[in-house]
Design a binder for this molecule. Structure first.
Ligand code: FUB
Length: 445
């Protein structure tokens, strides 16, 4: 086997484990996350951004040739199940299109239907622009077998499929407007005329529909350019095909200026979650994006509370794992900052830099399953630094303090940890030094 095919084989055959806050996936770019709950796991079907080269895709534009699927039982540990669909294995897709944009996946009668847009190889037969195809599997992770042809009468991007309470399936997509239609029981053919979903903002790009049902109301969520870049908005209706009434903004524009955003909303183990993307691992190029998740809450009248993006994300972090405090819950207003560990390889992740007196960072929801003996810190520092780590829940607070020697290289120290450390706790790491003190991670043992 050639090097590349051995690599693809390994990526397909081996489920790679990742542990995450935000962004969820740190070893590759991911975008447009559609999260689905199948059985007792949550699955995320994102797009897969790669960087275009002279020979691959179009420089400076989206470049996407395949899809991976990720799963988790606890929202913290994610498994990459490898490639499930790739452009050169789909009969109707142009094999060098690099246009495998935002997908969706849904289960019906034990089969998993994966919907994805791409550019057709035969524009006479299928038309120009994007078509939407389906690949079918017996399990959420595949193997997925693509249909020969894209879905007839559907032209556009960003498919989203919803099965209503009465069992009728609907497909939604975008192409300037947002469209919707009924799907036949076979899930690969339309069963109604195509309807433009009206009463949405007339001005500004709308794309990426994701529709879900809650308490008899249908929520049509979508990215919309109200100002200069996309923000996440939604409309509500008591009918899957509308009319929908605009109901508000779910998430404001990306603070780092990522032009696109793309959402899905799902309930997992009692908590509603918003999946979306920013460009965390590629701050200078917003077509290399990274998926994220944050908790989402409804008001008593069914409207959605605005979600403020966090780095901490969702899920508990095991106290015995490397706790990436740079994915913080809160940070002091002065003297604490976050930077890439290695600016030439951003996939290495981030570090926290404490640079003055009283600088601190807070990391919530750390789970202690057995009482630890030691606190371990991986750090760098210009001078001896007095560090304290506070661990607290509603009842107890334990403070572990130590003066750490200066270290020009990354150093790992073990500090005795006394006190009642059990259950779910929040942690604050503080530095009381005028000099620079950097932390990669902390953990308990
Ligand atoms: O990922 C390519 C496109 O960018 C998606 O299809 C849109 O929703 C936007 O996120």
């Amino acid at each position: 086997m050639k090097k590349r095919s051995i690599f693809s084989f390994l990526m397909t055959a081996i489920a790679v484990s990742l542990s995450a806050q935000n962004p969820i996936v740190r070893d590759q770019f991911t975008a447009d996350p559609t999260a689905r709950v199948f059985g007792d796991k949550i699955y995320v079907y994102p797009s897969h951004d790669v960087l275009a080269t002279e020979k691959r895709g179009r420089l400076g534009w989206f470049c996407m040739e395949d899809y991976h699927v990720f799963s988790s039982e606890n929202l913290t540990d994610w498994k990459d199940h490898g490639v499930i669909v790739t452009q050169n294995k789909v009969p109707w897709v142009r094999p060098d299109s690099y246009s495998m944009w935002a997908p969706d996946c849904i289960e019906r009668n034990g089969k998993y239907y994966f919907y994805f847009p791409s550019a057709p190889r035969d524009t006479v037969k299928y038309g120009r622009g994007f078509g939407i195809g389906v690949a079918i599997a017996d399990s959420p992770t595949g193997p997925f077998v693509p249909e020969e042809n894209p879905i007839a009468k559907v032209r556009g991007i960003d498919p989203s499929v919803m099965i209503a309470k009465d069992g009728q399936a609907y497909i939604y997509w975008s192409a300037g407007n947002i469209y919707g239609a009924k799907l036949k029981e076979n899930m690969v053919e339309l069963d109604s005329d195509v309807k433009i979903l009206g009463d949405l903002p007339k001005k500004g790009l709308k794309e990426g529909p994701f529709v879900f049902e809650r308490n008899g109301m249908y929520y049509l969520t979508f990215p919309h350019v109200e100002n200069t870049i996309e923000r996440l908005e939604y409309a509500m209706s008591d009918n899957p095909l509308g009319p929908f009434k605009m109901a508000g903004v779910i998430m404001d524009e990306s603070p780092t200026g990522c032009w696109t955003n793309h959402q899905s909303i799902v309930q997992f183990k009692g908590q509603w979650l918003l999946f979306y993307h920013h460009n965390d691992l590629s701050p200078a190029f917003d077509k290399a994006r990274s998926i994220r998740a944050d908790s989402l809450f409804f008001n008593p009248d069914g409207t959605i509370q605005k979600v403020i993006p966090t780095l901490r994300g969702v899920g508990l972090t095991d106290a015995n794992s490397e706790i990436q405090i740079d994915r913080f819950s809160q940070i002091s207003t002065e003297n604490t900052s976050i930077a890439f560990l290695d600016t030439t390889n951003k996939f290495m992740g981030w570090k926290t830099i404490f640079s003055g007196q009283n600088s601190w960072i807070r990391y919530n929801s750390v789970s202690f399953t057995k009482k630890p003996k030691y606190l371990i810190i991986k750090y760098l520092s210009d001078k001896n630094t007095q560090v304290s780590v506070e661990v607290f829940n509603g009842k107890n607070k334990t403070v572990i303090s130590k003066s750490l020697p200066a270290s020009g290289d990354w150093n790992v120290v073990k500090i005795e940890a006394k006190g009642k450390l059990s259950g779910k706790n929040d942690i604050i790491v503080k530095s009381n030094s005028d000099s620079k003190f950097e932390v990669d991670w902390i953990k308990f043992e």
